[in-house]
Design a protein around this ligand. Structure first.
Ligand code: SR1
Ligand code: MG
Length: 399
């Protein structure tokens, strides 16, 4: 931590001025640059810097959770985000912002500024999101899910990622606790919920042994099925949109894990939005269809394009490939359903909830929306091992 200091606007300008390529991108001299703090997530400081020629987005880790300074945290999370961006950029191109620079001593990264983009969750909330965005998210998960798997590359490359990202233990601990444990356990002090409206539902959920058994299965999948390099926190706040341009941001939770974890978090957030605004349910179910079809298409297409890229699959006859792909996609769907359910529940009663519920209108409707989210979430979790097709998932999510 010796060379680290948390930058403010002035410190950031000095840091940028010492970097010729970033200075050129901004243009003019440092006195022409305008810095705006745009931190929105729970963990880090984020700034947009604009100059006469262009803009840069800078993100720096803090020694604590941004929204809770008493929650101390190591600084390495931007290191993992930079490593994730480097690892997936060759496969997804402009579906993520370009990484421009990373300073490991300052844990400060600079990336392409998405000045005119909006966080997808906000675009959904203010009604500006254009229908159809999910096909690009599905393509992102399908491509990263295959290209970083053991099927696409020699085991040495996959093991290098396994070794590198398995040290992302601080953020993995957050996921294990906040997504896959605390919400399902009474007396977890970080849980909070709309009380008294949800009291009975929460007590029932936390005493439900079928839920405990199914979440145990999800915990095992998350921690012991390193299928591919995951984003690790793929919710609608980790995606930015402008018209039909979409970028996935915030890869700090990256790790090797089951592909259905990324897919499930995304699906869960669409279903949370539908729970908050029932008249958008058909739209959100359409988005899930688009998402899954694109994931399915890309996953098969990149596999077909290099059928013997990895050690896994080296013996597979071409005529068996389609069937093996289908089996793999069924497994991803089952995992997705379960993780979507866990995400819905943790975003309703856990530490980090979603702002979508405020759209419900009044307290009565919000309580109904939250009850819906808990009910659908529970159903997806306990039924997940039976939900292996898109049709089955949609039907389960319609309750
Ligand atoms: C303390 S971090 C809480 C949540 O914010 C992040 O975006 C992740 O979703 C995490 O679970
Ligand atoms: Mg984030």
């Amino acid at each position: 931590m010796t060379d680290y200091r948390t930058v403010d606007a002035h410190g950031l300008v000095d840091w940028l001025a010492a970097r010729p390529s970033l200075s050129r991108r901004l243009g003019g001299t440092s006195t022409d640059w305008h810095v705006r703090e745009v931190s929105d997530g729970n963990l880090n400081n984020v700034f947009i810097v604009e100059g006469p020629a262009g803009a840069v987005c800078c993100k720096q880790s803090l020694p604590h959770v941004r929204v809770d300074p008493s929650w101390k945290m190591p600084l390495t999370r931007t290191d993992f985000e930079a490593a994730y961006m480097r690892a997936v950029t060759p496969h997804v191109g402009h579906l993520i912002p370009a990484l421009l620079d990373f300073d490991p001593a300052m844990h400060l990264l600079a990336m392409e500024s998405l000045t005119h983009h909006k966080v997808l969750r906000h675009a959904l909330e203010d009604g500006s999101a254009q229908a159809g965005f999910s096909s690009r998210v599905g393509a992102f998960v399908g491509r990263t899910g295959f290209e970083t798997s053991w099927r696409a590359r020699p085991f040495e490359a996959a093991m290098a990622d396994l070794a590198a990202f398995s040290t992302n233990t601080t953020l993995t601990r957050i996921t294990v606790d906040l997504v896959l444990t605390d919400p399902f356990r009474a007396a977890s002090p970080r849980n909070h919920w709309m009380s008294p409206e949800l009291d009975t539902a929460v007590t029932t959920l936390q005493g439900d042994r079928a839920v405990q058994r199914a979440v145990t299965h999800l915990q095992e999948r998350f921690l012991s099925a390193p299928q591919a390099l995951l984003h690790g926190d793929l919710h609608t706040g980790s995606i930015m949109v402008q018209g039909d341009d979409l970028r996935v941001i915030d890869g700090e939770f990256s790790l090797m894990g089951p592909i259905g974890f990324d897919a499930g978090l995304y699906i869960g957030n669409l279903l949370l939005h539908a729970a908050a605004l029932p008249d958008r349910q058909d739209w959100m179910l359409d988005e899930i269809r688009l998402f899954w079809r694109a994931l399915d298409h890309e996953f098969r297409a990149v596999w077909d394009a290099h059928p013997v890229g990895g050690d896994v699959g080296a013996l597979l006859a071409p005529q068996d490939r389609h069937r093996i792909q289908t089996t793999a996609l069924h497994e991803i769907m089952r995992d997705s359903a379960g993780f979507a359910g866990a995400e819905m529940i943790r975003r309703t009663i856990g530490y980090a909830q979603v702002s979508d519920f405020a759209l419900a209108g009044d307290r009565v409707r919000e309580a109904e929306a939250r009850h819906r989210a808990l009910e659908i979430g529970r159903h997806l979790i306990v039924q997940s091992t039976r939900l292996d097709t898109l049709g089955a998932l949609i039907e389960a999510a319609r309750r």
